[in-house]
Design a protein around this ligand. Sequence first.
Ligand code: LLP
Length: 864
Amino acid sequence: MTSIQPGTSDAFLICKFGGSSVANPDNWSRIADHVSDRMASGQRVVIIVSALKGITDLLEAQTRVETRQPADAVCNEVRQRHHALLEKLGLATDLLDSELARLGELLDQDADPDDPAWQARIVGMGELLSSQLATACLQARGIAAERLDSRDILTSQANPRRSRRAEYLSAECRTTPDPQVQRRLSDLQPVVVMPGFVAANAAGETVLLGRGGSDTSATLIAALLGAEQVHIFSDVPGLFTADPRHIPAARLLKLVSYREAQELAAMGARALHPRALIPAADNGIELHLKQTSRPDIEGTRITPDAREHGAQVKAIVQRKGITLVSLEDIGMWQQVGFLADAFAVFRDMGLSVDQVSTSESNVTLTLDPGANVTDARTLDELERRLSRLCRVEILPDCATVSLVGLGIRTILHRLGPALEVFEQRRIYQVSQAANDLNLTFVVESRHADRLVQQLHQQVIPGGVGGDSIFGPTWEQLFRRDAEVKPARPWWSEQREELLERLSGHDSAYVYSLACVRAACTRLKSMQSVDRVLYSMKANSHPDILRTVVASGLGIECVSTAEAEHALNSVDGLDPSAMLLTPNFIPRSEYRKALELGMRLTIDNLHILEQWGSDFAGRELFLRLDPGSGLGHHKLVRTAGSHSKFGIPLSELDRVQRLADAHDIRIVGLHAHTGSGILHADNWHRSLETLGEAARQLGEVEVINLGGGLGVPDRSDGQPLDITALDGGLARLRQQLSQPVEIWIEPGRYVVSEAGVLLARVTQTKGKGDVRYIGVATGMNSLIRPALYGAWHEIVNLTRLDEAGDHVYNVVGPICETGDILGLDRLLPESREGDVMLIANTGAYGAAMASRYNLRDPARELVIS
Ligand code: LLP
C-alpha cells in the first residue's frame, strides 16, 4: 500500500483512460505503474474510465428500434465481454453481478424506447461497469483505490432552449473549483476511480455528456478539483500534423494551444473530443495526451504556453463529403435582402451552413456532412428552391483541405511556394477563419488526399527531434522493427578492402557493383513496370553503366555527350534502348540524337513551333508538367510553375495540332516531379495525370513516370516501399483508358548506396567550442551538403569500432565557408592519416564534382 493517507489534501491529477485502453488486459499493469509513479510524487490520482471498447455502441443500438435485439442477448454479450476481461486480469467474475443485474432490469423495463431519460440510463451503464472493474483491478495490484460515482459530484445545468433529448444525452455541465468536493475527495483513498460520460441532472437522474464524453468528464472534474493537469490516455499517442493513417510521415505534435487543439479535434483528430477543451481552457488546465500501451512516447501537451511559440502551420487536415452550393447572379449586387432570402431557404430546409464567401455576383457556401443530411433528394429540393432566386450550382462531392495553426494570417507570405500545389486543381472556395486559426480550401474530393500529402510535405518541417513542437513521425514511432532494421551497410563488411584500396591515396570514391546489381534487381522485380532506364546523370562511371545494362536496364540521358559516353562504355548498347530527356539544349543536339537513332523527349513547344520539320515523320515523347513538384530540396523539384521543365497540361491541344502539322506521332508521355522522393504516392499520381493526358492525345503507347526514387539519408530511415509502388501502379494501370507500357528512369536509387567517398584526415583543430576534422577533399568532390544541405553519414573507417567522444565538423580544403561535409557529427577522436568514410555518395557525388581551387576531385574506384 502507498504512503498517502486519506484525509491529506494533496494536488489532484486526473487521468482518463479510453475504451480500448481499459479493454486490453495488457494495459492494466502499465496503468497501475503510472498511478503508482504519480502517487509516489505526492499526487492524488483521480481515474476516469470509458466503457470497454464496443460496449457503448452495443447499448446505444438498444435505444434504436431498427437495431434493437432481445434484452437477454445484449445482457449476455455485455456479461461475456466483462467476464473475459476479469478472467484475464485474474479477478473474480462475480464482481459485476449486481451492476449487470441492474442492466438486465433496465433493458427489460417496459419503457418508451424513445424516452431519452431511459436511454441515458442504459447507455451510461458501460462506464458504471468499467469503473467497478478498474477499481478492483487497481486494488488487486496493491493500490489504495476506491470508486466514486461521478453522478454524485457532476451536475448538469438545465437549459430551457435545448431539447429534452439534448438535456439527457448531450448534457452541459459547467464547473469551477469547489472546496467542498475537494475536501470530499481528500477524505477518500488516494486513488479514486470514476465513471466517465455520466452525470446527474438537478433531479438526480442520469444524464450523458455526449459522444466522447469521458474526455469531458475528465476536464470537468479537473476543474472542480482545481487540478492543474489532465492526462488523457488512448490508443494513439496524441495529435499529429496530418491523419497518420494516410500520411505516415505525419509528425506528432508535442505542443499545441487550446484553440489549435480545438480546431484539430473538431476536424476529426482521434485523440481528443473537442468539447473536453472548454473546461480545460476556461480553467487553464494543461492536457497531456498519451498512448496507454506506449507510455515511452512523449505525447501531446495542450497548454496556454503554446502561444509563445508564434505563428506556424501545425497540421493539414481534410474533411470529405462536403457539399458546395454556388449562387450566381449579377443582379444580387447591392440588392437588399438577397442573402436573407437565400439563407431562409436553408433555414426552412433545416440545413446548417458551414462556410460562406461572397462577392458582387456570387455567394458560395458549404454544407458540412456532420450537421446535415445531404442526400440527392434534399439537394434536388434545395436547388429547386434556390433557383427561384438566382443561378445555382451544387457540387456534392467536395472536400475541405485546411492548414491549421495560430496566426495563419501573419505567415501567408511564407506559404506562397506551398500553395503552388493548387495549380491545375480547381479551388472552389478559399476561406480564412476570423479566429486566424485556419486557411481552408474547398476542392474536389478526388484531389484532397493528394493535396494534403503535398501540402504536408511542403509546409511541415521534416527531420526528427530537436524541436519543441514537432515530434517524431508516425512511421518512426510505429514501423515494425523488422521492416527497417538496417542491414549492416556493405562498406562496414568490406572495411579492410576499402582501407587497402585507399593506401597510397588521399581520397577516392569507391563503388560496389554488387550493391548496384541488388538495386537493379529490386527495380526489375516490379511487375507493373515494363521498362527501367538508368538515369546516367547520377553516375556515369563506365563499370556502373556496364553493370546496369547487364542487369537489364536501359539508359536515360540528358545530353548527347552522355549518350556517346554510354555507347562508348557499353559494348553492344543499342541506341534505340536509350532515351534522351533534355531541357533547353540547342537544335544541333536534337539533330545529333536523331542521327544516333535514340528516342527523344521534348519539353517545350518552341521545339515543335520552330524546328518541327526536323522531326517530321518521327515519334516523340512529351515531358509534361503535372503541376507540382516534390523532392528532398527545393532545387530538385522539377515541376510546378517555378520550374523550367515540362509542358503544362493546358497546352496539350496545341502540341497535338503542331504534331499533326508536322506528321509527328506523340507516342510517349513523361513526367519527373523531382528527386529524392520516399513516398510511392508520387508516381501513382503521375500515372493518373499522364493517363488522363494519354486519353486526350489518343496515340500514346508509353508512360514514363520519371525517376526521383529516394534513398533515406540515415540508416534507420524508412526506405521507399517498392512493393507498394508496384501494387499501386498495377491497380491504377487497370483504370487507364488504353493499354500503355509503364517506364521509370531512376538514377539515385540505382547507385546512391553503392558509393562511398573515402578521404584521409589531414589536420584537426579546435577553435572556440568547435572542433574540426579536416579531410583531403571537400566540396570539389561532394557538393551536395553545400548545395542542398544534404546529410551524409560520416564514420571514421580507421576507428570504426571506437565510440564517438566529441562532436565535430568535418570539412574539406576548399576556400569557402560552405566547404563542409558534415556538421555536428559524433565521432571518435580522429588523427592525421585516418580514413573518413562519407556514405551514400554513389549518386550525384563524382557526377557533380569540379576542379574548384584547381583541386582534382577524388578518383573513382570499383569493387566488384
Ligand atoms: N529523369 C529526369 C528527367 C531527371 O531530371 C532526373 C534527375 C532523373 C530522371 C533521375 O532522378 P533520380 O532518380 O536520380 O532522383 N543533384 C541532385 C539531384 C538532381 C536530379 C536531377 N534530375 C541531388 O544530388 O540530389
